[in-house]
Design a protein around this ligand. Structure first.
Ligand code: NAP
Ligand code: GLV
Ligand code: GLV
Length: 323
């Protein structure tokens, strides 16, 4: 049986797969085009995909033998799950193993934007540091401030754990309120989204990208943020109206923003790169050696389970009803 891997992932999972199957890993640097992806996936029983691969209805209908599409990511907004379900192809993701690494990046962005870490580093490298000054690179406190978490799931809660250590107050918004024990654990208060927007000093996004969350943070909501607000997005770019956010940042209507993801990734809203009140990362939320190894193992386990006739352990929630 053939497993096609659309882009090289850490060896750990590949080795597990090679013990059982014929594994075709695309090892080029340049991304495959959609037609190249279709060509190479056509007769594979399993396809391991990347979050940037467009696994749409056209791609799915071209598959001749596929039993599973295993995304090397927890987010799977790149996959048309409905189309896969209609053909009884499993869709799996990698939940849990990347939670702490991604929460670390969200927190790194909070600290970097609030304390102007990147600008300060550049200043020193450029030889501009001539000595301590009372007003050099003033930023904002975290201690005592309110962090609004939009999407208090696995990663949102891991961010809350970090925030507690920094003495922050936590408010959160989800569609479903969390059980009281969990709220108590984080001393977190459930509020509606507009209240969160209005009262938070820091806002961190952790929802998946869905039809409901597209532009959840729009111009109107950005206009209601505090002037000292700092917005962090490590979820998916289109959850935020990036153009509207750019305008607010340029006009200093809010204090700053930290990006790990972009609305039209990898493109940025023109001008974003010129602002000094933003920190821009290249989608590295889960990028640690340990985490990427675990993700690699996890996709392999899912593929092995599917090809050995079992229901894979990490089928996406939408498929739990049908398998
Ligand atoms: P998760 O455990 O499923 O948490 C998602 C949270 O979002 C849940 O609490 C959910 O609560 C909430 N949510 C869903 N739809 C919502 C809506 N319409 N309005 C408000 N809240 C909503 O997922 P996770 O593992 O924490 O991952 C979250 C996302 O982070 C992933 O989907 C992925 O896109 C992104 N991510 C990015 C990176 C990176 O490299 N930057 C790494 C990992 C993950 P309710 O269902 O109650 O609404
Ligand atoms: C990364 O963005 C992921 O969804 O795993
Ligand atoms: C700063 O370095 C201080 O000692 O306050």
């Amino acid at each position: 049986m053939k497993v096609f891997v659309t882009y090289a992932i850490p060896e750990k999972g590949i080795e597990l797969l090679k013990e059982k199957f014929d594994v075709d890993v695309y090892t080029g640097e340049k991304f495959l085009t959609k037609s190249e992806l279709i060509e190479r996936a056509k007769y594979a029983e399993a396809i391991i995909t990347q979050l940037r691969d467009p696994i749409d209805r056209e791609f799915i209908s071209s598959l001749q033998k596929a039993k599973i599409i295993a995304n090397y990511a927890v987010g799977y907004n790149n996959i048309d799950v409905q189309a896969a379900s209609e053909r009884r192809i499993y869709v799996t993701n990698t939940p849990g193993v990347l939670t702490e690494a991604t929460a670390d990046i969200a927190f790194a962005l909070i600290l970097s934007v609030a304390r102007r870490i990147v600008e300060s580093d550049k200043f020193v490298r450029e030889g501009k540091f001539i000595g301590w000054k009372p007003k050099l690179f003033l930023g904002y406190d975290l201690y005592g401030k309110t962090l609004g978490i939009v999407g208090m799931g696995r990663i949102g809660q891991a961010v809350a754990r970090r925030a507690l250590g920094f003495g922050m107050k936590i408010v959160y918004y989800n569609r479903k309120r969390l059980p009281e024990e969990i709220e108590k654990e984080y001393n977190a208060q459930y509020v509606d989204l507009d209240t969160l927007i209005k009262f938070s000093d820091y806002i961190s996004i952790h929802t998946p990208l869905t039809n409901e969350t597209y532009h959840l943070i729009n111009a109107e909501r950005i206009a209601k943020m505090k002037p000292n607000a700092i917005l962090i997005n490590t979820a998916r770019g289109p959850v935020v109206d990036e153009k509207a956010l750019y305008e607010a940042l340029r006009e200093r209507r809010i204090a700053g923003a930290g990006f790990d993801v972009y609305e039209n990734e990898p493109q940025l809203t023109p001008g974003l790169e010129k602002l000094d009140n933003v920190v821009l990362l290249p989608h590295i939320g889960s990028a640690t050696y340990e985490t990427r190894d675990k993700m690699s193992e996890m996709v392999a386990i899912n593929v092995i389970q599917a090809l050995e006739g079992k229901t894979p352990q990490n089928i996406v929630p939408e498929q739990k009803e049908i398998f």
